[in-house]
Design a protein around this ligand. Structure first.
Ligand code: DGY
Length: 322
């Protein structure tokens, strides 16, 4: 019997490619950039499976044009780029890569929080540009992190990993808001206080966004929400750019309605809202939350293992639509 055809739509580690080539007839897009939607559609013709990342959009229209597709395995925990309902309706199995990136992504979230609160981006730029004149008592004086209130919006795995860092590493008070409240024993372990969203916004010294991007969470941090925050507060987004209304955020940062923002994700990435680029009180990183070599390898292997399982009749390790 001929091997099933699969598309590996983004560059992948050699060991992962070998794993897939041992089972399937692999069409490999070995490019720096994602395939344009038209090419993705063409390359998916006759394919039973797709190994993708967060940069390939799997829409209902695309699915309708790819009748042979049975499995879509994304090397990402987020899956807002996949129309899950349309996949389920067509019997296309979808998997993601949770757990293996939790601690690494929380590390980046905390690093961004620290860099933003302590104005490290400003300091770095100033120093490199030869603008450092002298020590002064208030020179680049930022906000404390230890002993302050860490607000977490979205208390899934990564939110809980952030809470642990804040509580046990920095003696922070942990406040959170989530669609559903954590079990009492988990709240107790994390020392986490459940608050309404508005209360969370007004009490947090540092607010980290870790919620999934859905139609409900689109621009859920806008002018009204930013107005509830402390003028000394820091906002960090490691979830998805579309959760924040970037124009409203830029205005709040410019007018001193909040102190600073650390952003790893952007609504139109890799295009960045120009207003965010020119503000001194932003620290901007290019969507690198899970970007360590061990974690990226673990994600890539998990995505490949999911694809092998899905197309060979075994239960995939991390399905989204069982
Ligand atoms: C994820 O895993 O969802 C990261 O944001 C990379 O897309």
């Amino acid at each position: 019997m001929d091997a099933l055809k699969v598309l590996v739509a983004r560059r992948a580690p050699a060991a992962v490619l070998d794993k897939l080539k041992a089972r399937f007839d692999v069409d490999y897009h070995d490019g720096e950039a994602p395939l344009p939607p038209e090419s993705l559609r063409e390359r998916l013709q006759g394919k039973a499976g797709a190994y993708i990342t967060g940069t390939e959009r799997i829409t209902a229209e695309l699915l309708a044009a790819c009748a042979d597709l049975r499995a879509v395995c994304t090397m990402s925990v987020g899956y807002n780029h996949i129309d899950l309902d349309a996949c389920t309706a067509r019997g296309v199995l979808v998997t993601n890569t949770p757990d293996v990136l939790t601690e690494t992504t929380a590390d980046l979230g905390f690093a961004l929080l620290m860099a933003t609160a302590r104005r490290m981006g400003e300091g770095e730029r100033l120093l490199r540009e030869g603008r450092w004149k002298s020590w002064a008592w208030d020179f680049l004086a930022g906000a404390d992190v230890h002993g302050t209130t860490l607000g977490i919006l979205g208390m899934g795995r990564i939110g809980q990993a952030l809470a642990r860092r804040g509580r046990f590493g920095f003696g922070m008070r942990i406040a959170y808001h989530n669609r559903s409240r954590l079990p009492a024993d988990v709240e107790a372990e994390l020392g986490a206080h459940y608050l309404g969203k508005d209360e969370l916004l007004s009490q947090a010294d540092h607010l980290v966004l870790v919620l999934p991007y859905t139609p409900e969470s689109h621009h859920c941090i806008g002018a009204a929400e930013l107005a509830l925050m402390k003028p000394t507060a820091t906002l960090v987004n490691i979830a998805r750019g579309g959760i924040v209304d970037e124009d409203a955020l830029a205005a709040a940062l410019r007018d001193g309605r909040i102190a600073a923002a650390g952003l790893d994700v952007f609504e139109g990435e890799p295009r960045i809202n120009p207003a965010l680029l020119t503000l001194p009180n932003t620290v901007l990183t290019p969507h690198i939350g899970s970007a360590t070599m061990p974690t990226r390898l673990a994600m890539a292997h998990l995505a490949a293992d999911n694809l092998v399982a899905a197309l060979t009749g075994a239960p995939p390790p991390t399905p989204l639509n069982p």
